[in-house]
Design a binder for this molecule. Structure first.
Ligand SMILES: *Cc1c(COP(=O)(O)O)cnc(C)c1O
Length: 235
C-alpha cells in the first residue's frame, strides 16, 4: 500500500465544495462572489490559491483589514448595508457595491469616487423579501432615483445592475416568485433606462440556500458564503 506523503500541505479548508460549485456556475456563465465575512484570511487564501478572485464582505472595517492583508488582484464586493460616513474607506479599492439603497448613498459614493479619481461600479438593491429587516428600494423608489436630477449629475458611479435577497423561507414557490419578480424588474429597467448601456448587465441574486432557483430565474451573480466556508460563528 502506498503511504501518504508526510509533508502534505494542510489546507485550512476543504476546497472540493468550491471546485464543484465553480464548475456548475461556469457552465451557466454565472459569476461567483465568495462571501468571506467573519472568516479568517487563511480561508480566503485557500480559495484564492485555487483561482477564486471575487470575495464579498458586509462590513467596511473587516473588508479594509482583509484588503490590506491579501493580494491586490482580489476583486472586493461590498454586499452589506453601507453607511454614508464609511463610503470613503472602501471607494479607493472596492470593485462592486451591491447594496446601494438610496440616492443619498449613491451621491456620497459619487463624491468620494470623484476624489479618488475613480468610477465606482454599483448595483441598486431592491427589496423583494417579505421580511422588513432586509434593506432595499421598491420599484417606485428605484424609478424615482433613476429619474432624479441628482442622479443625472453623477459622473463617478456606474450602475451595473440590480441586487436582491429573497425571503428566508422553506416555501420554494415564494422564493421563485420573488426572484422572477426581480428579473422582470431588471428587464424593464434595462429596457427603459439602460438600453444602450452595456455595463447594466448584472443581476445579483442567490445565496447558499437558494442559488439554484436564482440561476433558474436569470441570476448572473450569486453570493455564496456558508456553502463554501462552512457555517459562520458570530459568537
Ligand atoms: C451573508 C450574505 C450572503 C451569503 O450567505 P450564505 O447563506 O452564507 O451563502 C449573501 N448575501 C448577503 C447580502 C449576505 O449578507
Amino acid at each position: 500500500m502506498q503511504q501518504r506523503k508526510a509533508a502534505q500541505k494542510i489546507d485550512v479548508m476543504d476546497v472540493s465544495a468550491y471546485n464543484e460549485l465553480n464548475s456548475k456556475l461556469n457552465e451557466k456563465n454565472v459569476n461567483l462572489v465568495a462571501v468571506s465575512k467573519t472568516k479568517p484570511v487563511a480561508d480566503i487564501e485557500a480559495l484564492y490559491n485555487t483561482g477564486q478572485r471575487i470575495f464579498g464582505e458586509n462590513k467596511v472595517q473587516e473588508m479594509c483589514d482583509k484588503y490590506e492583508q491579501l493580494p491586490h488582484d482580489i476583486a472586493w464586493h461590498m454586499i452589506g448595508h453601507l453607511q454614508r460616513n464609511k463610503v470613503k474607506y472602501i471607494v479607493p479599492f472596492v470593485s462592486l457595491i451591491h447594496s446601494v439603497d438610496s440616492v443619498r448613498l449613491l451621491k456620497e459614493i459619487d463624491k468620494q469616487a470623484a476624489k479618488a479619481d475613480r468610477k465606482v461600479n454599483c448595483l441598486l438593491q431592491i427589496h423583494i423579501a417579505e421580511e422588513d429587516t432586509k434593506f432595499g428600494l421598491d420599484a417606485n423608489e428605484l424609478e424615482e432615483l433613476l429619474t432624479s436630477d441628482a442622479f443625472a449629475k453623477m459622473k463617478h458611479v456606474q450602475i451595473c445592475g440590480l441586487m436582491g435577497m429573497a425571503t428566508n423561507t422553506d416555501d420554494e414557490g415564494q422564493v421563485k416568485r420573488e426572484f422572477a419578480g426581480l428579473k422582470a424588474l431588471f428587464d424593464k429597467i434595462k429596457a427603459e433606462h439602460f438600453a444602450n448601456n452595456a455595463a447594466f448587465k448584472e443581476l445579483s441574486m442567490g445565496m447558499s440556500g437558494d442559488y439554484e432557483q436564482a440561476i433558474e430565474a436569470g441570476s448572473t451573480m450569486v453570493r455564496i458564503g456558508s456553502l463554501l466556508f462552512g457555517a459562520r460563528n458570530y459568537a
